[in-house]
Design a protein around this ligand. Structure first.
Ligand code: 5AD
Ligand code: SF4
Length: 440
């Protein structure tokens, strides 16, 4: 019997890339590959790249420069670039780094098996199409191997919103939703393999409008209610949402669907209406705040999370102050903040840039405020009983770790629980990045 070939995938960027990497590994499993965690022993190396902020392409090229050296000792090694840098740069990647054998975009990776076979003949393979066919339909079904308790499931891809700073509409393409039946099949399959929690993924997941069994469009809330009926699935989450697509039925589901977890990632990007307009966000700070009021009315204990960009072109100190004010008002459990990064080809790239030192300073001030809120919410958990989905052993003997419904990492000493079990835990202390507790 021949020994299996080894595949090393390095994933950058968002959760959708994590999901795509899993599916790529499965697709190449059919070609006799098994995954390895070591680039040195790999027969094929795939970089699954992210293009959301600057320097992503440069990072890819310098990583490729390093990997090229591995080919000296192993001439049969194949090197591939997948993901959004692959989409954006295409054939340029092979021109700049001839050691690359394969370039595949995020909408065509179901063709990886044929592409890999082509590289075995010594040829290169390039595919950055947005094909008509649905890659998920073409991908081999997942092997029945057991998995951890938490999984991602892509239900929607692409974006039609065209925020002035963002490359996603160009790299991932137009909004497309997968049909309901396919998602339910995949969810049931994941549950059979040990999954208890599914995070539904989409660049604009709450714009989900996949075809239901009778052909009519579903909403994300309807999809969640169908998933709610899948036995053995205990928890449902979704990310990332746009404020303008938070429909009434989805808000209501946060109050009425017990499997839907009380955590919502709802990026706002800025608290200044002037900047929101220039960002082409089609909402105001006030409409966002009123929306959160409605979500909290449906689910008072929900933990909010968000994304922010500071130093967007023409942002003044007063605009930035409006962002701080909004953060004060919302009180985030988590938030991700970024310095604006110019993306060639996006409308904002042409505009007057904010001074770098000024933008750095704003980023620091915003992050300090967010960290303060995050710690306060973690500290508030002390003394409360949360429900932890146990995912893996902790660092110390007998310790088990998992996530609460609010997505806090929680660990418990001497925990007599199985992986995949959900158990009540009383929180006894909070540290920077995790909570400690005891089983109730
Ligand atoms: N510069 C900085 N941050 C960006 N994001 C998207 N595009 C840019 C950019 N050009 C951030 C947004 C988005 C998150 C995924 O990345 O906050 O919500
Ligand atoms: Fe990018 Fe999100 Fe705006 Fe779409 S909604 S353009 S993915 S930031």
């Amino acid at each position: 019997m021949s020994t299996p070939k080894k595949l090393f995938i390095k994933t950058y960027g968002c959760q959708m890339n994590v999901y795509d990497s899993e599916r790529m590994a499965e697709a190449l499993g059919g070609q006799g590959y098994v995954e390895t965690t070591s680039a040195d022993e790999a027969d094929m190396i795939l970089l699954n790249t992210c293009h959301i902020r600057e320097k992503a392409a440069e990072k890819t090229y310098s990583e490729l420069g390093r990997l090229k050296a591995l080919k000296k000792d192993k001439p049969d090694l194949k090197i591939g670039v997948a993901g959004c840098v692959a989409q954006a740069e295409g054939a340029e990647i092979m021109r700049r780094q001839p050691a690359v054998d394969l370039v595949v975009g995020p909408q065509s990776y179901h063709r990886l098996p044929e592409m890999e076979a082509k590289t075995r003949t010594g040829a290169t393979a390039l595919d950055t199409d947005f094909p008509e066919e649905d890659k998920f339909e073409k991908l081999a079904s997942r092997p029945k191997a057991k998995r951890g308790p938490s999984a991602f499931l892509t239900v929607q891809e692409g974006c039609d919103k065209f925020c002035a700073f963002c490359v996603v509409p160009y790299t991932r393409g137009a909004e497309v939703s997968r049909p309901v039946s396919r998602i339910l099949d995949e969810a049931r399959d994941l549950v059979e393999r040990g999954v208890r929690e599914i995070t539904l993924l989409g660049q604009n997941v709450n714009a989900y409008h996949g075809a239901g069994p009778d052909g009519s469009d579903y909403t994300l809330a309807k999809l969640i209610w169908d998933l709610d009926r899948v036995d053995g699935l205990e928890r449902i989450r979704f990310t990332t949402s746009h404020p303008n697509d938070m429909t009434d039925d989805l808000i209501e589901a946060h109050g009425t669907c017990a499997k839907l977890m009380p955590y919502l990632h709802l990026p706002v990007q800025s608290g200044s209406d002037r900047i929101l307009k220039r960002m082409n966000r089609s909402h105001t700070a006030d409409s966002y705040l009123r929306l959160i009021e409605r979500i909290r009315a449906a689910r008072p204990d929900i933990v909010m999370s968000g994304d922010f960009i500071v130093g967007f072109p023409e942002e003044t100190e007063a605009d930035f102050q409006a962002t701080l004010d909004l953060v004060e008002e919302v009180n985030y459990g988590y938030a991700y903040s970024f310095k604006y990064s110019t993306r060639p080809g996006t409308p904002a790239a042409e505009r007057a840039q904010v001074d770098v030192a000024e933008a750095d300073d704003r980023l620091q001030r915003l992050q300090a405020l967010i960290t303060q809120q995050q710690h306060a919410i973690q500290n508030d958990m002390v003394g409360r009983t949360v429900h932890v989905l146990f995912e893996k052993p902790g660092r110390l003997a007998g310790q088990m770790g998992g996530k609460s419904e609010y997505l806090h990492a929680v660990h418990v000493d001497n925990a007599n629980v199985e992986i995949g079990q959900i158990a009540p835990v009383r929180i006894t202390s909070a540290s920077t990045n995790s909570l400690a507790g005891v089983l109730v």
